[in-house]
Write a protein that binds this ligand. Structure first.
Ligand code: ZN
Length: 308
């Protein structure tokens, strides 16, 4: 069993309008845009990152916005809900805030004793805000006060036809079954960051998801550094997983592999971080391009949708 994985690093999804996506995460949810760059594999598309002040691993939600992309069709083989942590006693205030922005499908429930507010993002992306005792410092620069601000990612909820093989994989990765009720199994990684929870939701009769705007593209797990990442890569390869080589994403190093339930997993390093190429005070403001795409800057600045 691995001990290097410390919870989630980021969750990456697909969007249609970059401007709407940016407005939703900054103005409605109050997160900080910590990086404005492009998809390194398709540089005519943005890669937008939102999180806490520094973009600390475990707080980061990222998007590839494809203008005019069709919506995805929810189903199995994907992450159905990305959940963020909010302070205890703030679910009502959040539900009211979301309603003032005409956010769609706002509802309330309780899972494993935790109060949740569920709602849709601009492309039908499914989110939850979960009341917890999370002590991470929130970003307060976008008009959401510290006493209710989002603390970071709480969990990702994977929808699967059969949880068996995915649960086994997560246990190999260091997760332990914490709770089980009805068709949901909660796994938590001991000693992890606060984004340490994965829920597996079993839906044997449901059809497979079709990816599009509003779908989660992949989830990334955090390791401290490149040495820990290589250990994880070796262990996964030894167990028969098809893992990519290490890829430089400028703000972290990444490896990817497809899991039995259909969800794409990434293992990302906490180093070097989002202040690698701009001062923390100005994170996310300028368009940052990786060196291999810097020659495209003039064309990209003309082509990419203004965010505000
Ligand atoms: Zn990623």
């Amino acid at each position: 069993m691995l001990t290097q994985i410390k919870g989630l690093h980021h969750v990456t999804s697909l969007a249609s309008s970059a401007r709407e996506n940016n407005g939703f995460f900054t103005n409605v949810l109050g997160l900080r845009r910590v990086k404005k760059t492009v998809n390194f594999d398709a540089p005519d598309v943005y890669h937008l990152y939102y999180g806490d002040e520094a973009g600390t691993p475990g707080t980061v939600m990222t998007y590839f916005p494809f203008p005019h992309a069709a919506r995805g069709r929810p189903g199995t083989g994907e992450v159905g809900i990305t959940a963020f942590a909010i302070p205890k006693g703030t679910a009502n205030a959040w539900a009211e805030r979301l309603a003032t922005f005409d956010v769609a499908r706002i509802s309330r429930d309780t899972r494993f004793g935790e109060t949740r507010v569920l709602f849709d993002g601009p492309d039908g992306d499914r989110f939850a805000l979960v009341e917890t005792d999370d002590t991470r410092a929130p970003w307060t620069g976008n008009g959401v006060s510290a006493d209710m601000g989002i603390r970071g990612i709480h969990s990702a909820d994977m929808r699967l036809r059969d949880e068996g093989a995915t649960a086994e994989l997560l246990k190999f990765m260091g997760y332990e079954v914490a709770e089980k009720k009805d068709n949901i199994t909660r796994l938590i990684v001991p000693g992890g960051n606060a984004a340490n929870t994965i829920d597996l939701e079993t839906l044997p009769g449901a059809s497979h998801a079709a990816q599009g705007a509003g779908s989660v593209h992949h989830i990334a797990f955090a390791v401290e550094n490149r040495a820990r990442q290589l250990e994880v890569r070796e262990a996964l390869l030894d167990t028969g997983w098809q893992v990519t080589p290490v890829i430089d994403r400028d703000y972290f190093w990444a490896i990817y592999f497809r899991t039995p339930g259909g969800v794409l997993f990434e293992i990302a390093t906490n180093e070097p971080g989002f202040d690698r190429d701009e001062d923390t005070r100005h994170l996310g403001e300028a368009l940052k391009l990786p060196s291999q795409h810097e020659h495209l800057r003039a064309a990209l600045e003309k082509r990419l949708e203004p965010l505000a």
